[in-house]
Structure formats: C-alpha cells, structure tokens
Design a protein around this ligand. Structure first.
Ligand code: PCA
Length: 323
C-alpha cells in the first residue's frame, strides 16, 4: 500500500514538473456577445497570439458571458479562475477611482480627447492593477454614449421618475442628480429589463442598443449626448503571466498593441454605422435639446468635483497631465 502511494506521488510530481515546460492554455472571459466588436477583436487577438506562439500558449475566447458574466470577470481574473478577461473599466470605480475617469461626463467628448485622457491615465491605472496582481494588456472605447427612452424626452421634467438602467456608479449618479430611478443591469440583460418594464430608459452606446435590438422592446428614441467614451480593458492574472517565457510575453504585448489600434478604429466606425442602424430600425435618432444639454452639463460639473475628491492626488495628476 505504501509502495503504491509512493509511486502515485512520484508520477504525480513528474506530470506537474513536465507541465511547466508544456504548452499553456488560457481561458479568456468576455462579457459581450460574439458579434460585438470588442468580443470579435479580443477573439482575433486570442487567435493571433495562439497561432504565433509556436504552440507555447493557446488562448480560448469565451464570448457572451459563457465562462463568467460581466460582473464576475474582474474577480475571476484576479483570483486566476480565468487567466485572461475583458471588463468594462468604469464599473470598477470601487477598486480604483481612476478606472472610472473615462465615464466622467464632458471630460472627453471626442475620440481624440478620449485617447488623450487614456494616455494621461494609463500609467497610474496600470500601477493600480499591478498592485492587485493583474497585468494590463489594452483598452478600447465604446462609441459615444447617448440617452435611450421609450417615450420622447424634451425636458428634464420628462426624465423625472423614469426607471433607468445604469451600468456603473457614474450613470447611477447621473440618474440621482436628474431624479430618475436607477438600477444597475449588465448589458446582457438589457432586452429583458426593457421588455418586462423593469426599466424604460438608459444611457449607452448606439452599439449596445443595436446589439440588444432595443427597438424590439418598445424603445423608440435615441438622443446622442456624446459626453464620454467609456472603455473596456483586457487584463491577465499575474500568476499565469509569470509562467510564460519572455518571448511569449513580448508577443502578447505586441499583439495587444495591434488589437488596441484595431479596436479604436472599429469603435469609430460603430459610432457612425450603429447610429444609422438604430435609425434604419425605425428609431428616432437625434440630439438632446439645449435645455437638456445644459442640465447634463451641470450634472457633469457636480460629478467632476465629486470625482476629484474621490481620486485624490493620483486623480489630480491625471487631470493635470490631460489638460
Ligand atoms: N455598452 C456597455 C458599456 C458601455 C456601452 O456602450 C453597456 O451598456 O453595458
């Protein structure tokens, strides 16, 4: 009996040791559907790394929340349950307020400014993630955020009391400062939330409205506010990262840079094409009127002050680098 145990242990350790030099396999958790441009881009990144690594690393993409749902992905990667994953950065403000700088209204209202803000905040964000045992690979913005509603919105009064789907603390705050009733709901559950009447308005990209075929759930209006471009980021568990040789790590970083560039281009295209898709589906697509614009701008300046307090010196240095 003892002898059998001895041999079993011996063979088990042999297998473990040989694994170190064998190929690695990473599971990549993606929250959004396979057809979404973030998921498609990340899947292509996974494929390119796998093909070019010479068999040392295979990354398998799992879109549509099939491995972990959006709200679970950050923790899953942090704990190593998934080696790699993509998460909406500004939903993680409680982890680090710098992660929600890209969802502060009217701080960056064009792709050029969004890129500048990204560059100004990147170093500090990477440091924060590193301290949590995560390696940052790349980040890509969603198209400009706009207001969706079942009914027509011509004044702030029209917004009061609306059941509002929020996706992070910033959109919850917008709702509070506007007098709407916010509920946090992940993108995958949007169609259901609108069709059951749980919500009747939201702020998100034309892309997410299109992906959820929002017009099929009684949503007729899209008002382009274009006050921020929130990003998704791709992160890796540091333990998994450290198992790779430096050539494979370099390959990942160079493919990540390519994916980031492609992602920004896809986002810009979606910013035009997906708005058109909403209109083609019969929705009324336009801008908010001057009154509403003024309201959101006021909300934005209140939030800017609040964020500065939360983000402290690190936040101040990011804002200084941006301006
Ligand atoms: N779509 C995601 C995040 C931002 C966006 O445009 C969502 O609505 O959850």
């Amino acid at each position: 009996m003892k002898l059998i145990k001895y041999f079993l242990t011996f063979f088990a350790s042999l297998v473990l040791f040989s694994n170190v030099s064998l190929a690695e396999k990473w599971d990549m958790a993606l929250a959004y559907g396979a057809g979404n441009f973030h998921s498609a881009n990340a899947t292509e990144f996974a494929k390119n790394v796998s093909e070019k690594s010479g068999g040392k690393l295979t990354i398998v993409a799992h879109p549509g929340g099939s491995l972990f749902k959006g709200g679970e992905i950050f923790r899953a990667v942090r704990t190593g349950q998934a080696q790699i994953g993509e998460r909406f950065m500004s939903a993680l403000g409680k982890e680090d307020p710098l992660l929600e700088v890209d969802s502060q209204p009217f701080l960056a209202t064009s792709y050029d400014d969004a890129m500048k803000l990204y560059q100004a905040s990147k170093k500090e964000i990477i440091k924060g993630l590193d301290a949590k045992g995560l390696v940052f690979l790349y980040a890509v913005p969603w198209p400009a955020q706009g207001l969706y509603s079942k009914k027509e919105i011509s004044s702030v009064a029209d917004l009061k009391g609306l059941k509002f789907r929020a996706y992070n603390s910033a959109t919850i705050r917008i709702a509070e400062l506007t007098g709407m009733a916010p509920t946090k709901i992940e993108a995958a559950e949007i169609s259901q939330a609108f069709s059951t009447g749980a919500v009747e308005s939201m702020i998100t990209s034309p892309t997410t409205g299109k992906n959820s075929k929002i017009w099929e759930n009684g949503v007729k209006y899209f008002y382009d506010i274009a006050a921020w471009f929130p990003k998704n980021m791709v992160i890796v568990h540091k333990g998994a990262w450290n198992k790779l040789d430096s050539a494979t790590q370099k390959l990942i970083m160079s493919e990540a840079a390519i994916a980031e560039k492609k992602g920004w281009e896809l986002s810009k295209k979606g910013n035009v094409a997906d708005k058109k898709a909403l209109a083609d589906a019969g929705m009324k697509v336009g801008k908010v009127n001057a009154d509403l614009q003024k309201h959101f701008q006021k909300v934005g300046s209140t939030m800017a002050e609040e964020w500065k307090k939360k983000a402290g010196d690190r936040g101040a240095s990011v804002l200084a680098a941006y301006k």
